[in-house]
Structures are given as C-alpha cells and as structure tokens.
Design a protein around this ligand. Structure first.
Ligand SMILES: [Zn+2]
Length: 380
C-alpha cells in the first residue's frame, strides 16, 4: 500500500503531488486547503513521504514500505516536523522555534520538511515570523501549511505558497476506506460516512462507537421537539452537554496513554506516591491536557452544531422538492412531516442562526452556552 492510498477521493491532488515529488513543479512552500475531514494534513504527510522516500526509482516514491516512508507516516522522522497546536493559537515562540528548525540542513533525508497543520491559528505578528523564513527559503527546506481555506491565511503568505485544494471526498469513498482500512462492515460504514458528511475521522468514530452514534441521533432529533422557550433552553443545555461528553470520551483514552508513557519514561514506581521530583512534569502534562480539553470542547460543539445543521439541510432539500441524498435518511418520515410545516425561507433563516452560533463559538469569546441558547431561541 503506497502513501497515496490514504487519499481517497482526491485524484487531482494525488496527481499534482506525485508530479511535484518527481520534480515537476516542486517549490519550497505549499498551502493545503480543504474543509475539516478532507484530509489536508494526510495529503501533506503523503507528500512529505514521497519527497523523502528511499526508493531510487523516482516513479515509485511514496512506496509506504521503506524506512523513510514509515517513519514519516509514524511522525518520528528526524527531518520532518509536524506542528499541530492543541491550544487556540500558535505562539510567537513556537513560530520562532520552527524558523530555527527550518534553517538546519536535513540530517539524513533529501529534504527538511515542516508541516504546520493549523496555519489559520496564528496571529498576524506570529505569521510575520514565518513569512520571513518562507520569503528567504533555505535551499533544502520545504514548508507545508494547512488551513480550511486560502482566505484563512494572510495574503502575504498565501501568495508565496503553491495551492493544493482538497475537496470533501464522496461518502462512498469514505465508506470504502472504512471497510478496507478499518475492517468495518459495509452497511455500518455507509451509514457512518453519510452521517459524518464525509469527514473521515468522524465517520470512523461513528462506525466504531455506538454511544457516539446515539449522541448524534439525539442531536439531529432536537428540532422535532422544539416548541417553546423552555424547550429551547433545555435543548441548548443538552447540546453543550453532548459536546462536552463527546470531547471527554475522545480525550480520556489519549490522556491516560500519555500519562502512562510519561511515567514509564520517568521510571516512576508502579504504585505509591510519586517522588517529588517527578510531580512537576506530571503536573505540566496535566495542564497541557486541560488546555487541550478546552479546545476540543469547542471543536466538538462545532461538530454537534454541524449535525444539527444537517437536519435543516435535509428539511430544505425536501422543501425544494428533491428528497434524494438525505444526510439523515433514517429520519425521512419525521423530516418530511417537519418540512411540510414551514417554508424554505424559514429553514434558511434557521440555518443562518446555527452558522452564526458556530462562528461566535469558534472565533470569539462568547460563552458557548449563551451562544447556543440564543441560537436555540431563534430556531423555535
Ligand atoms: Zn518509501
């Protein structure tokens, strides 16, 4: 299996990157854009592997089998750095450190590669630190920035990068990937891919975790019972709760594994209290995990609201007289009944209210519950 096999539904991007890896149109700065779940960072990773692959035959680079490919995919290659912020933004100190790493020649590989997964989570001042490095490139360094859309990155940066635009893969491709890579049963994979609206990570989670499926179903059924202000307040409260649970269940496992790994590295005793010298490091990890948890609640709430949005999207499709390709196929009867009670203009207004709430939650400091309550009120 080559590194390109993971990029389901992106044939144009695969062609573009393969050609570049073979030397045609290679440049030192790239901007990968696409909606969440389209696989921007996977595309950057595959490209990094192809550029540094050990194969002598240039057409076979990105083989997925050699040491370079495997360490890059496993994110342990010393010349390929992945930056993914668990905080809300990338700090200026982190950017300076990256620039200094970028200045070093690769130690063993053909290229030193820096993949910045959240290039949109940078303040302008921080971006300017990177800009200088991108403007005056080191000969053997390649930058790969990832963001939801080109507009999320300062124009000064954007204009110096070659664009790679990913699209959301068709649900059928996502389902096929779940079947072939994760061994999920085809019917479960199909339903999960559709419900996740082709977001690969979410689809995998829905396919594997019945609780996650139930939480999603609870979310999309909310509008069916939304009759008055009291119901709206309760719905807001529940939505925030669902998002918090969702975030907690995806963090728990990882937090515990990280702590166990740290304790093992420190050589901590298997039971009893920790020696004082180790407590500081454990505390540091726990603080980082708390910060990450906060951001993952924001992300998870955004996801929950996207699920809610899919209900109204389906309603709108039915109101426009076209009941094919419903995201929430299981609720077809309820959706049809709901659609008959309003008109497209009203549905569009409700979709706007949800999008406004999403924007307030992800880009400003409004308390999530307040934003969701005011949204719920305008959905009645
Ligand atoms: Zn290889």
């Amino acid at each position: 299996m080559s590194v390109w096999d993971d990029l389901q539904g992106q044939p144009a991007v695969v062609d573009q990157l393969r050609q570049a890896a073979e030397g045609e149109g290679l440049t030192h700065a790239w901007l990968f854009t696409g909606p969440p779940g389209s696989g921007r960072s996977n595309a950057a990773k595959a490209f990094a592997a192809a550029l540094n692959c050990d194969q002598d035959d240039i057409t076979r680079r990105g083989c997925g089998q050699c040491h370079a490919c495997q360490t890059i995919v496993g994110e342990t290659h010393s010349d390929v750095t992945f930056v993914r912020t668990e905080k809300v933004t990338i700090t200026i100190d982190e950017a300076r450190e990256l620039v200094s790493t970028a200045g070093n020649r690769p130690s063993s590989a053909r290229w030193r590669i820096i993949v910045v997964e959240d290039a949109d989570r940078m303040a302008e001042r921080t971006t300017n630190v990177l800009l200088k490095a991108i403007e005056e490139p080191t000969p053997r360094t390649i930058w790969m920035l990832c963001a939801p859309s080109p507009a999320d990155v300062l124009v000064t940066i954007r204009s110096r990068c070659r664009p790679v635009a990913l699209r959301l893969p068709p649900a059928a491709d996502v389902a096929a990937l779940l079947v072939s890579r994760d061994g999920i049963a085809p019917d479960v994979a199909e339903r999960a891919a559709r419900a996740a609206q082709s977001h690969v990570g979410i689809a995998r989670r829905l396919a594997r975790d019945p609780d996650a499926r139930q939480r999603r179903l609870d979310t999309v059924r909310f509008p069916l019972h939304l009759r008055g202000v009291t119901a709206a307040v309760m719905m807001a409260d529940k939505l925030v709760k669902i998002a918090t649970e969702e975030a907690a269940s995806s963090n728990e496992e990882r937090d515990a594994a990280e702590k166990a790994a740290l304790l093992a590295t420190l050589g901590a005793p298997e039971s009893g209290p920790l020696p004082p010298a180790m407590r500081g490091q454990v505390k540091q990890l726990e603080d980082d995990q708390k910060r990450r948890a906060k951001r993952s609640i924001t992300d998870s709430l955004d996801r929950t609201l996207t699920d809610l949005l899919s209900f109204y999207r389906d309603v709108l499709i039915i109101q426009m007289g076209n009941a094919v390709d419903l995201v929430n196929l299981e609720l077809r009867d309820e959706l049809q009944e709901f659609a008959g009670r309003s008109i497209p203009e009203v549905t569009l207004g409700r979709m706007d209210a949800i999008n406004t709430a999403r924007q307030r939650i992800t880009t400003s400091n409004v308390a999530p519950l307040l934003a969701v309550e005011s949204m719920a009120a305008s959905l009645i």
